[in-house]
Ligand binder design. Sequence first.
Ligand code: NDP
Ligand code: OXD
Length: 308
Amino acid sequence: MAFLFKSEAARGAIWARAFAEKAPDIAFRQWPDIGDPQEVRYLTAWIPPDDLTATFPNLELIFSVGAGIDQFDLSKIPTDLPVLRMVEPGLIACMVDYVLLGVLALHRDLPAYVAQQRRGEWQPHPVLPASRRRVGLLGLGTLGRSVAERLRLHGFIVSGWSRSPRQLPGIACHAGAAELPAFLAQTDILVCLLPLTKETHGILDRDLFAKLPRGATLLNAGRGGHLVAADLIAALDEDRLGAAILDVTDPEPLSPDHPLWRHPKILITPHVASTTQAETSVEVVLDNLRRHRQGLPLIGLVDRQKGY
Ligand code: NDP
Ligand code: OXD
């Protein structure tokens, strides 16, 4: 019985040690050394290899190395093969750090000060306490919920939007398309932590921006495909939006001449908001293998109907 790891070698070395210690009955193999493909029961990858089931006929579980699953072509994976996305504490903690950093930067006008510094301009802007700033989270899942709690503890007024109704202490929760306009109307800083699906592709567009209060700001840590870049640039140029922080873009990386790069109201980071942490993630994977053997519910099981 073998577990095949197709991702960064450094992370793989840490997983290999944890497997040797905690699951010595499972042979840990690192791509491209797949060994006998018939023995591979479990596979983890950012993007699975082509001809998945023809090459590995005895696969029982497939893990995404990340929280997102949009990079998988689910139509090529048999429906009876469970697909798991990464739900692990290290990745959650890093995302909480990043969103707090970005929300504070938007709250305290950092994009404007960076642009002003480039122009040699000393121009203070009014300071508002966090208790008067309304932060709205698109997505109240594994990441959105932890981020919401951290922002609330920091003193922001926090609300969120999800597909199904949620109840979270101290967070105003909205759900479904019908409640999106009311959620947007009371959001000063909008944070996107949605999965990329057919429903959410291009959601950050002109219509959505028009429903935000004038001067609202945006932090996109979901996927580049959520954003219509031309609509963002138009909204910033018309002062409909005040600033944006983008951790994700479409494509990644952007071409050198892409207008997002040099827009004075945009800060870009290269898809680093969070990443799967080797030490904590392998524990979740080992736990899922135990659960699978014992017939218990799996953590991070992807719902193919919903696409996330
Ligand atoms: P989850 O699946 O746990 O949560 C997704 C949330 O989005 C849920 O609240 C879900 O609603 C909501 N949602 C999905 N579709 C819709 C819709 N059509 N309308 C309204 N709400 C919707 O995902 P995670 O929190 O773990 O991760 C979210 C995303 O963050 C990932 O898919 C990935 O794209 C991105 N990510 C980015 C990283 C980066 O470095 N930039 C790192 C890691 C992840 P409901 O609660 O009702 O299901
Ligand atoms: C993820 C990511 O989905 O790193 O985990 O974007």
